[in-house]
Write a new protein. Structure first.
Length: 499
């Protein structure tokens, strides 16, 4: 059986703890790989390597760093199909979706390539008599990233390219459910010329995570995952004196007003709810239909959802793949099975779905729940699967109040032809990312990604300017130099005394 080991100091390092976790092909249910799970001692060894590498990398020129990143971007582009195949094999998403993930990660690599202007400092001259004040930004040291299973290439690329461009060294702890893509990213970084020890990959479970959170040699931690774990990461790492950005879960709403193009809204709802099998923190999982359009909108969504082809991710005709594990599939199914008892109309029930020839895969079909109540489990929890809830509201104001009452505030969208209503929505809604006739409002790389409320713990969003500020700290320098004309007697620098 294939074994995925750690990447430390620019080379593969075999696991020493003796503990391994299974990696499954979600389409077949077969365990294809085992991944080494690091001990606290192995995490410490990786931190020491990263600290040694920081001594030189943190002092390297911007030109040297961006030269590596430009080469890295070219290699990632050349190997994007290979990376996507690794994602499909371990996560299960269809190949086209995996390619899209790589493309979104490349956006941040490109941002890192052009980081020189974002790292420029500030200078104020003559703030007092011969006194100048400058402000500069410097790297933190060794920083860590803890990333989720749903985007095993994209989310790591949202973190480490910016971190190393700013002069930090990085330790990545990817999900142990689909670890191979992260190793490929590290190998390509070395091929691009990244010095050994600047980027390290340590696989593991809670033992490795807790070791990173407690280690005094780690200056900052980035995290993307569920809200309960994000809260734990933020609390624990902050208590250990670390800077933290912890992105949590979501319950993203799409408000559809009566004047909206219902065909466009239905297309968007199906794409945003069921893409990547709903395993997206930006998935639309709740549609709020305003006024009398609810029945028509639900029917249009149903018609489209029934046509989605589910199958293995490496089948070019598949539009949606399996879920990551059998346990997660069963948990998602439990929300659908209990929905009717909690007042919902089950329009589509995707539980019990199988694919011929792949009966042991982690399959679930598309589910559509209508007239969902706000106190039901299917609405309150982040399901993280292909389940779309439809809620009804009589007015725009009622719909906005419903959305703002959610403890999550990651992303949201409005579908309308009314510019005034859209303007009100983007100002009144309590969420970090807003789409207007755009169902998944993930910002481009030079704007930052992040939510509000229980969707973000910490002050900085990820990537964009916030990401650069997170991976650097400011320093202000005040200087006064004597004027050469006032030099002590006996020293003459060539300036006349009366100048």
């Amino acid at each position: 059986m294939k074994t995925v080991n750690h990447w430390i100091g620019g080379k593969t390092v075999e696991g020493a703890s003796g503990n391994y976790g299974p990696v499954t092909d979600p389409a077949t249910g077969e365990v294809t790989t085992q991944v080494a799970l690091a001990s606290a001692e192995e995490v410490d060894a990786a931190v020491q390597v990263a600290r040694d590498a920081f001594l030189s990398w943190g002092q390297s020129s911007l030109a040297a760093r961006t030269k590596v990143l430009f080469a890295y971007r070219a290699l990632l582009d050349a190997h994007r199909d290979e990376i996507a195949e690794l994602i499909t094999a371990e996560h299960g998403k269809v190949h086209s979706d995996a390619l899209g993930e790589v493309a979104r990660g490349l956006e941040i690599v490109e941002l890192a390539c052009g980081i020189t202007t974002q790292l420029k400092g500030e200078l104020s001259t003559s703030v007092s008599h011969r006194v100048d004040v400058s402000a500069i930004r410097q790297p933190l040291g060794v920083v860590a990233g803890i990333t989720p299973f749903n985007f095993p290439a994209m989310v790591p690329m949202w973190m480490f390219p910016l971190a190393i461009a700013c002069g930090n060294t990085f330790i990545l702890k990817p999900s142990e459910k689909d670890p191979s893509a992260s190793l490929k990213l590290a190998e390509l970084a070395k091929e691009a010329g990244l010095p050994d020890g600047v980027l390290n990959v340590v696989h593991g479970d809670k033992v490795a995570v807790d070791a990173l959170l407690a280690h005094p040699g780690i200056a900052a931690v980035s995290f993307v995952g569920s809200t309960p774990i994000a809260r734990h990461i933020h609390t624990t790492a902050s208590a250990n004196g670390k800077r933290v950005q912890a992105l949590g879960g979501a319950k993203n709403h799409m408000l559809v007003l009566p004047d909206a193009d219902l065909d466009a809204a239905a297309d968007a709802a199906v794409s945003a709810a069921y893409g990547s099998a709903g395993e997206r923190c930006m998935a639309i999982s709740a549609v709020v239909a305003v006024g009398s359009i609810g029945d028509e909108l639900v029917e249009k969504i149903r018609e489209r959802a029934e046509k989605i082809k589910i199958g293995p991710g490496n089948d070019p005709t598949s539009e949606m793949g399996p879920l990551i594990t059998a346990a997660h599939r069963d948990k998602v199914a439990s929300y659908v099975k209990g929905a009717a008892d909690q007042g919902a109309d089950v329009v589509l029930d995707g539980t019990g779905y199988t694919v011929d020839g792949f009966e042991n895969g982690h399959w679930i079909g598309l589910s559509l729940l209508d007239r969902v109540k706000t106190d039901s489990d299917a609405y309150r929890d982040e399901i993280f699967g292909p389940v779309l809830c439809v809620l009804r509201a009589d007015t725009y104001e009622e719909g906005v109040a419903l959305i703002n009452a959610s403890p999550f505030g990651n992303g949201t969208a409005i579908f309308t032809r009314d510019g005034g209503a859209a303007r009100r929505f983007q100002l009144e809604i309590e969420a970090g990312m807003v789409g207007v006739n755009v169902p998944i409002p993930v910002p481009v790389g030079y704007h930052s990604f992040g939510g509000w409320k229980d969707s973000l713990f910490g002050d900085h969003h990820i990537y964009g300017n916030d990401g650069i500020h997170f991976y650097t700290r400011g320093k202000v320098v005040t200087t006064r130099w004597p004027d050469p004309s006032e030099a002590p007697a006996g020293v003459d620098l060539g300036f006349p005394r009366n100048h």
